[in-house]
Design a protein around this ligand. Structure first.
Ligand code: FAD
Length: 663
């Protein structure tokens, strides 16, 4: 045994898959002392998850790398259903759209998980020196419940092994992930992009395995379907395996099937396959290869299922169309498990995210999306709590916001899965209409547009969940519906998904209405005085809360969006607090935006206020959380209520300041 060391970190993340990396992003952005470990020697390169939902792309835009996905990925806009026709030949039975132009700037896109991990890793490196530590396996966990009450304590002790040349006990990855099929076989790495090459090189292992004891304030278990962290905490999972074994291949197909580059379900007597076109000329095929006893805990014998066998199955289902391939980049076999952990946190000190909480069929392309959104949700909260900016009790909202969604996810999966497995004669006739029905019911949820975050200190709902008359479609607990706006200073356009950057700050959206109207202009002046703390006190909601150390003096930022025609007002018509001055960087030209049309950009169509249900003249006030979800909605004059809302979340510099005394 090699040397043994002791260390301390504020946040330890176990697992550098999609959910762990999303959580790590926030640590990097907020300058938090954190570590992220993974037992695998390298990141994922090929295969695995590949479907990105629109909402995930919106988050990527707020993180600054969505353009990389668009550049490399393959977009799907419609789905097709093929069934046997009268003469036994396959015919296209139905075709339906799988995108909604108005809802989001982004569409369902396919790109392999390895590239997504690349982009998040690059973004993490851009903001900090945090990096995933590979070949490091968590071995034991102790949690001291008593000291857990003191926010400054380090109640978590994790022993990790830095795997060395001598490590013979190391579990093979195949064993860890066999059930979810998350490992698979990387067949051909020749297509890897140059920025992935460095990670492909084998990790330099120490001669002897080293043991490190890490003390942490918070632990996030992002360690996949067989979560080690979950097992250490004895958190049970509910659910079971389904009875279907699926094969998955990523190949460059050689086929005369007309929809080979379109999402399709092909359903005939020989079985059902799902066709998913993706980047680099690849197409993914999901193929049922075997049925075994449902609810069995026995693992099926993977070794019996070969690439050749999967190829034969695809050929049988596609017949009489032809199907073959020369290039296969990745393939795997998996059994679907529909399971949910009964809890996703222990005392708000240890959290589970991603597949550690929920597993289900991969065919609807939701697991990675949901997992990343889990990591995103828990990540900003822990980062700001560690920074001292956020009240630790807000961490309650991770479970109350995400756990019900995990339940919905399983419900969704239970509705969808049978559509890909039911092979009874005649079933095909109803398949198309069933699919359209289920798609309609779950669409908003699946794409991530509706998340149903409940009322809490973070989400101030109106009584009876009614809409706010002055901002009807700005619904607390939902995301800000993306719109494209025009910058008042330079006339350039930008989606709100990018303007609301995920940098750790809450944002007050001053929807200023039409400031050509003298009364409205006066209201904005008064609001600005309130925001600047000039109405009876020196303390403004901007200067009131503890900073994000090393990052931002205030955890609250302001963005103004007005409806006056772009050409009829000036940047300097807005009060200074809305466009602050910095002695080095000058005026903040990126703070004032206009909801107007733009000749050169048809997406910037002056409909933001209409989509948000906000009065064009009177405007509204909205607070957006760091993850772009709406937290609070009010009228332009409601600075006091706004400050009360933030007081419930953020730590004040001076704890005795009460809103009533201030404003
Ligand atoms: P993982 O990606 O499983 O990451 C967990 C990490 O933790 C691993 O790297 C593991 O090595 C590490 N780890 C585990 N234990 C330890 C330990 N003790 N110490 C250190 N490290 C540890 N989802 C979609 O959204 N869209 C899709 O199109 C899609 N397609 C899929 C296709 C297939 C074939 C499969 C198998 C899955 C698919 N999914 C898809 C699901 C998706 O892959 C998962 O939901 C997603 O990877 C979960 O991310 P995660 O970070 O929670 O877990």
């Amino acid at each position: 045994e090699g040397k043994s060391t002791h260390s301390q970190t504020d946040v330890l993340i176990i697992g550098a898959g999609p959910s762990g990396l999303m959580a790590a992003y926030w640590m990097a952005r907020c300058g938090v002392n954190a570590r992220i470990i993974d037992n695998r020697d390298t990141k994922v390169f090929l295969g695995h998850a590949d479907g990105l939902r629109a909402r995930t792309l919106e988050l990527f835009d707020s993180m600054g790398f969505q353009h990389r996905v668009l550049h490399e990925g393959s977009v799907s806009t419609e789905a097709n259903i093929w069934v046997p026709g009268p003469q036994g030949k396959l015919v296209r039975e139905a075709q339906f759209d799988i995108f909604r132009v108005d809802e989001s700037p982004f569409h369902n896109t396919r790109l392999n998980q390895g590239r997504i991990e690349r982009f998040i890793l690059d973004s993490i490196r851009e903001h900090s020196d945090l990096d995933a530590e590979r070949g490091v396996i968590a071995d034991s966990l102790e949690y001291d419940e008593e000291s857990g009450n003191d926010p400054n304590s380090y109640p978590i002790t994790v022993k990790v092994r830095v795997l060395g040349e001598d490590d013979l006990n190391r579990p093979r990855e195949q064993e860890i992930d066999a059930e979810s099929g998350a490992v698979g076989n990387e067949v051909n790495c020749s297509n890897l992009l140059p920025d992935d090459w460095a990670d492909l090189a084998p990790r330099k292992k120490p001669q002897k395995t080293q043991v490190e004891t890490i003390k942490a304030k918070y632990l996030i278990g992002c360690d996949g379907a067989h979560s080690w962290t979950r097992k250490q905490l004895n958190i049970p999972v509910e659910g079971s395996n389904t009875d279907h074994i699926w094969g998955v291949i990523d190949v460059i197909p050689i086929s005369d099937f007309p929809d080979i580059r379109r999402v399709s379900v092909v359903n005939n007597a020989a079985g059902t396959i799902l066709v998913i076109p993706r980047e680099c000329g690849l197409v993914r095929f999901y193929v049922p290869v075997q049925t075994c006893e449902a609810d069995t805990t026995d693992r099926f014998d993977r070794s019996k299922i070969t690439l050749e066998l999967i190829l034969e199955r695809v050929q049988a289902i596609f017949a009489p169309f032809t199907f073959d391939f020369k290039e296969c980049s990745w393939w795997t076999v998996y059994q679907v498990g529909q399971r949910i952990a009964t809890q996703s946190t222990k005392d708000n000190r240890i959290f589970l995210a991603g597949d550690a909480v929920h597993t289900h069929s991969p065919k609807m392309g939701l697991g990675m999306n949901m997992s990343m959104q889990d990591g995103f949700n828990v990540g900003w909260k822990i980062a700001l709590a560690v920074a001292g900016t956020l009240k630790p009790e807000i961490l309650d909202t991770y479970a109350t916001e995400r756990h019900p969604l995990a339940e919905m996810l399983l419900d969704f999966d239970r509705h969808w899965s049978p559509m890909f497995t039911d092979q009874k004669p005649g079933a095909a006739d109803t398949k198309a209409s069933n699919m359209a029905l289920v798609a309609g019911k779950f669409e908003d949820f699946a794409d991530g547009w509706k998340v149903f975050y409940p009322a809490s200190s973070l989400v101030r709902k109106a009584e009876d969940n009614a809409e706010f008359a002055f901002a009807r479609h700005m619904i607390p607990g939902e995301r800000v519906r993306p719109v494209k706006l025009r910058n008042q200073a330079d006339g350039g356009t930008r989606w709100t998904t990018r303007a609301l950057e995920s940098d750790g700050r809450f944002r007050i959206l001053v929807l200023a209405g039409d400031i050509r109207n003298p009364m409205q202009k006066q209201r904005i002046e008064t609001l600005s005085q309130g925001l600047a703390g000039q109405t009876g006190s020196e303390i403004s909601p901007l200067g009131r809360y503890l900073e994000i150390p090393g990052r931002f003096k205030s955890p609250v930022d302001i963005l103004t969006i007005h409806t006056s025609p772009w050409k009829e007002v000036e940047f300097f018509d807005f009060p200074e607090i809305l466009r602050p001055f910095d002695p080095v960087n000058g005026w903040a030209y990126d703070k004032i935006w206009c909801d107007d049309t733009c000749m050169f950009d048809r997406y910037c169509d002056g409909t933001a206020y209409e989509k948000w249900g906000v009065d064009q003249v009177l405007g509204a006030l909205v607070v957006v959380r760091p993850d772009q979800y709406i937290g609070w909605v009010g009228e332009i004059g409601d600075v006091e209520e706004l400050t009360q809302y933030l007081d419930g979340i953020l730590v004040k510099k001076s704890p005795t300041d009460e809103v009533d005394a201030v404003l």
